[in-house]
Design a protein around this ligand. Structure first.
Ligand code: SIN
Length: 319
């Protein structure tokens, strides 16, 4: 379960955009009219919303209903005042603003500049209208709620396609793609994965090892032997058996995708694990990390690649 702050209420302020847009046909992603659905309709189309709220209240308000290409200063002023009103309530934890993608970055920066809020204000949007066969709005709303409820969330943020951006850097970089936003060289502030928020730039304290000091006291020749293996097409179990027979103490496996392992290799690794060899699993994908609990093997520490995970496991084994 995701840890959240001790607030009981969250506010959604709707302003229109494609997220509230409708088209004549479900296959039409471009010839639609933005800002057609009201905030209640928008939220009632989000499956799992009540579960995500975990008993908290959601207060909704239609602040505007426009295509954000037509955003104006008067609407900005009203929106900022409604945000300020909500943020001032002691039981309100933060605000989600639904917005069109076209000028989202301007509104985000305006709100950051005039409110400089300590509590989070999270703008979200959609690239496809609500009537699309696979609309992206409902998932973006759920992700925005996960972010606004996260204890680490601060200031004005934008959430789209599973990425979290800060107001200063966020920019629409693509006219059509679902992940249309970027923070340029700064990169995203974090990601939302299966309803959980993962912030970029994990603090160094997250990687402290209980027994790491022993590495300096113990002769290097006595450090536990830990090897790296990769899962790939045609992976062969004999490498695992040979290593176990030779006395390996730990194996770190770079699995495919979300931590899957070739069946031949998995059988040998499970066998090695049952013989006392410590086995840890990473992904061979250079970005992201394993999401969810793998069935058989333990995951390596999040945020470390396979080679750094090898060091982590070696230090862990120095008991
Ligand atoms: C808008 O910005 O309101 C329309 C376009 C969009 O939301 O993607």
């Amino acid at each position: 379960m995701v840890a959240t702050k001790n607030f009981g209420k969250w506010v959604v302020l709707a302003t229109g955009g494609t997220i509230a847009g409708t088209a004549a046909s479900a296959s039409d992603h471009t010839a639609y009219t933005a800002a057609q659905l009201g905030v209640q309709q928008l939220l009632s189309a989000v499956p799992g919303l009540q579960d995500a709220l975990q008993g908290d209240a959601l207060v909704c308000e239609q602040v505007a209903q426009l295509d954000s290409k037509d955003m104006d200063h008067a609407t900005w002023q009203t929106l900022a005042l409604r945000c300020a009103h909500g943020l001032a309530q002691a039981d309100v934890g933060g605000i989600v603003v639904t917005h069109g993608t076209d000028t989202l970055e301007e509104t985000a920066w305006f709100l950051q500049a005039v409110l400089a809020p300590t509590k989070p204000v999270v703008l979200t949007c959609a690239m496809r209208p609500a009537t699309a066969l696979m609309p992206d709005g409902p998932q973006n709303v759920l992700d925005a709620l996960a972010v606004v409820r996260d204890p680490m969330a601060r200031g004005v943020l934008a959430v789209c396609a599973g990425q979290i951006h800060c107001a200063a850097q966020v920019q629409k970089v693509h006219p059509y793609r679902l992940d249309a936003f970027s923070s340029g060289e700064a990169g995203p502030q974090g990601w939302v994965e299966q309803g959980r928020v993962r912030w970029a730039g994990m603090p160094a304290e997250a990687f402290v090892h209980a027994h790491a000091g022993q590495a300096l006291a113990r002769p290097a020749a006595d450090w536990p032997w830990v090897e790296v293996l990769h899962s790939h097409a045609g992976a062969d179990a004999r490498q695992v058996r040979a290593l176990v027979a030779a006395g390996v103490k730990g194996l770190v496996v770079a699995g495919t995708g979300n931590g899957t392992v070739h069946q031949a290799l998995l059988a040998a690794l499970t066998e090695a694990q049952s013989q006392g060899v410590a086995v840890r699993l990473c992904t061979r994908c250079p970005e992201g990390q394993i999401v969810g609990v793998p069935a058989v093997l333990l995951s390596a520490p999040p945020g470390l690649n396979v080679y750094k995970s090898r060091i982590a496991l070696m230090l862990d084994l120095m008991v």
